[in-house]
Write a protein that binds this ligand. Structure first.
Ligand code: MN
Length: 228
């Protein structure tokens, strides 16, 4: 048996310091997982637990490639985030086992067509057009947990054209990585190759063509993306 059309290539990220690739399946994202960002978006982090949304794996933009500004939006925002990479399937994963389901970590951007997202939100429609568009998930190489461990604290920052626009610490995550994995696995069977974007700190804002974004996560790595 053969496919009647050529399948799309499997999206993948380099594994830091190797010639190997990490194949990407789905991209899960956590909303409002830093208290300061929840507040800047007009929400009370104490009363609203974080929630999940998805991007397709083919929204991945591996490091080294430019981000093409989409013609359908006039307000594309950056959201810089710690990314966890799943390598072991699981459903209803207990918090204490969660880290054993992770291959490693990366630095990612949850690029957002804010105008389309807010419009959808206002009309009680899905977020897909605002969040799940092509190239909306730029991501660095994956750093294996066998080398870097499981980061619980450390600086996370983003510079736009050399100016620091987001700055926080991983310890400020409202829901920690094991809790996110446990919770997510109650809603979806996690599979090898799933990426989980863990939420962004305050300071989100717009990009323009010609901008260069440089994000850094202590102990994980960094990511540079040019907006074209
Ligand atoms: Mn986000």
């Amino acid at each position: 048996m053969a496919y009647v059309i050529a399948p799309e290539p499997i999206p993948a990220l380099p594994v830091l310091g190797t010639a190997d690739l990490f194949p990407v399946n789905r991209i899960f994202c956590v909303g409002r997982n830093y208290a300061d960002h929840a507040r800047e978006m007009g929400h009370d982090p104490e009363r609203e637990p974080p929630f999940f949304f998805l991007k397709p794996g083919h929204a991945l933009l591996p490091e080294g490639r430019d981000f093409p500004y989409p013609s359908s939006s006039r307000d594309v925002h950056y959201e810089f985030e710690l990314v966890a990479a799943v390598d072991k399937a699981g459903t209803d994963i207990p918090v204490e086992d969660a880290l054993s389901h992770l291959y490693g970590y990366a630095a990612g951007l949850d690029m957002t067509r804010r105008d389309l997202q807010l419009q959808a939100q206002k009309m009680a429609r899905p977020w897909d057009v605002g969040k799940a568009f092509d190239y909306s998930a730029p991501c660095s190489a994956v750093a294996p947990a066998s080398k870097i461990g499981h980061p619980e604290k450390g600086a996370i920052w983003l510079e736009r054209n050399g100016k620091r626009v987001q700055s926080s610490d991983l310890s400020a995550l409202i829901w920690k990585v094991p809790e996110i994995i446990a919770q997510l696995s109650k809603l979806f069977r996690l599979t090898p190759g799933d990426l989980v974007f863990t939420g962004t700190p305050a300071g989100v804002g717009p990009v323009q063509r010609g901008d260069v974004l440089h994000g850094f996560i202590e102990g994980v790595g960094d990511l540079r993306v040019r907006i074209v």
